[in-house]
Ligand binder design. Structure first.
Ligand code: CAA
Length: 388
């Protein structure tokens, strides 16, 4: 199926693009340097209703769907990948509720997450369960009308700033990944604490922290779906959010390309702008081609996933598109930002210029929401599954 951005989505792109250039770009270097969460930009985005684009209108969002979330994240990431994570991490944190929440859970939590009144986070990863997400050791023991959660999570985006966490824990360790369950945990539940905040190479200003659960009581009504549904909920969530990381990667790459192209027009060496040298022109041509190819795959994936039921796309097909676009776009972001630094020569290496930041930011897109090795595994498995 071919896809096309609707007029409404094109308008959304223009509005967010202008906002990012005017309000986000001037803040990008300081967010990186200071490594503090940009509350001002979070307020700006919530004021524009940008955190609820993926949430249906019935639950307080704008109901524009996954392509709109991708557009918003891409345009913000052109200026600041860290700022774009405000939107991307909210979508990730709320997705388990959207996919598996009861009507009551959706009514209770989604409106304030869609409006941005409350921030959320997705708590899957543990020190010994990264790529092997099924290896989670955090335990949830049923005790009357509640569960007691004990264990530790790490590398949690929005850890410490989030009000609501979707947490994956084992209700039945003997069943392995089929014994995992998903819960909604609020930050003020007793026995819940935020541990060490990580110091990172990139996406600084977007907090990444440890979470600690010590017999944290969670009402049984906060269980998402049924006991044992946790792993599927996590995987279905990632199927719908990896394209958002693909979009973030496209944004980072486009931002780097734009900056480098402008620079080559102005930088004079050997008596002429370096843009006139064919060696550099060829580099820029390759970079632009890769960015556009990545963008097309991201939006094709977003549209396909959004309309999977109508298009008759299987769950394996959804996973395949999701992983393909995240894999391709993040590799492109890394290649393009490295080349963009090269186009600026020594200046590209200096913190005075934004390209070294973009290069550091690009790296995480090859790692989070599943490393690119895991994306290849998902793609290959879906190809080999019969009839897909
Ligand atoms: N949708 C629905 N069900 C799925 C599914 C999907 N996409 N993928 C797997 N399942 C089901 C399978 O059908 C299977 O169920 P059945 O036995 O009933 O058929 C079950 O789940 C187990 O699946 P697998 O056998 O494929 O499990 P596995 O352990 O071999 O592999 C994996 C799974 C793909 C490697 C998975 O663990 C994975 O994606 N790992 C990467 C984890 C990840 O992305 N972490 C990122 C953390 S979030 C983050 O980074 C966010 C941040 O802070 C920014």
């Amino acid at each position: 199926m071919l896809y096309q951005l609707t007029e409404e989505l094109e308008m959304l792109r223009q509005v967010v693009s202008r906002m990012a250039a005017e309000k986000v770009a001037p803040r990008a270097a300081a967010i990186d340097e200071e490594d503090t969460y940009p509350w001002d930009l979070k307020e700006l985005f919530t004021g524009q209703g940008l955190l609820g684009a993926g949430v249906p209108e019935a639950y307080g969002g704008s109901g524009q769907g996954l392509p709109a979330v991708c557009l918003i994240v891409e345009e913000i990431a052109r200026a600041s990948a860290s700022a774009s994570l405000i939107v991307a991490a909210q979508e990730l944190g709320l997705m388990p509720i959207l996919l598996a929440g009861s009507e009551g859970q959706k009514q209770k939590y989604l409106p304030e997450l869609a409006s941005g009144e409350r921030i959320c986070a997705f708590a899957l990863t543990e020190p010994n369960a990264g790529s092997d997400a099924g290896g989670i050791k955090t335990r949830a023991r049923r005790e009357g009308g509640r569960y007691l959660i004990s264990g530790q999570k790490c590398f949690i985006t929005n850890g410490g700033v989030a009000d609501v966490y979707t947490v994956f824990a084992s209700t039945d360790p003997e069943k392995g990944l089929k014994g995992l369950s998903a819960f909604i945990v609020e930050k003020n539940f007793p026995g819940f604490a935020v541990g060490k905040k990580e110091k990172k190479m990139g996406v600084r200003g977007s907090p990444t922290a440890e979470l600690i659960f010590e017999d944290c009581p969670v009402p049984a009504e906060n269980l998402l779906g049924k006991e044992g549904d946790g792993f599927k909920i996590a995987m279905m969530t990632l199927d719908r959010t990896r394209p958002v990381i693909g979009a973030q990667a496209v944004g980072i790459a486009q931002g780097a390309l734009d900056y480098a192209v402008n620079y080559t027009r102005e930088r004079v060496q050997f008596g002429r702008p370096i843009a006139s040298f064919q060696g550099l022109q060829f580099m820029m041509a390759d970079m632009a081609t890769k960015v556009e190819a990545a963008r097309q795959l991201v939006y094709k994936a977003a549209f396909t996933i959004e309309n999977a039921a109508e298009l008759g796309v299987s769950p394996a097909g959804v996973s395949r598109y999701s992983s393909m676009c995240k894999l391709f776009a993040s590799d492109v972001a890394m290649q393009v930002t490295v080349d963009a630094v090269q186009l600026l020569g020594g200046y590209g290496y200096m913190k005075e210029y934004p390209l070294e930041r973009m290069m550091r930011d690009a790296k995480i897109t090859q790692i989070y929401e599943g490393t690119n090795q895991i994306q290849r595994l998902v793609i290959a498995r879906s190809l080999l599954e019969k009839g897909k």
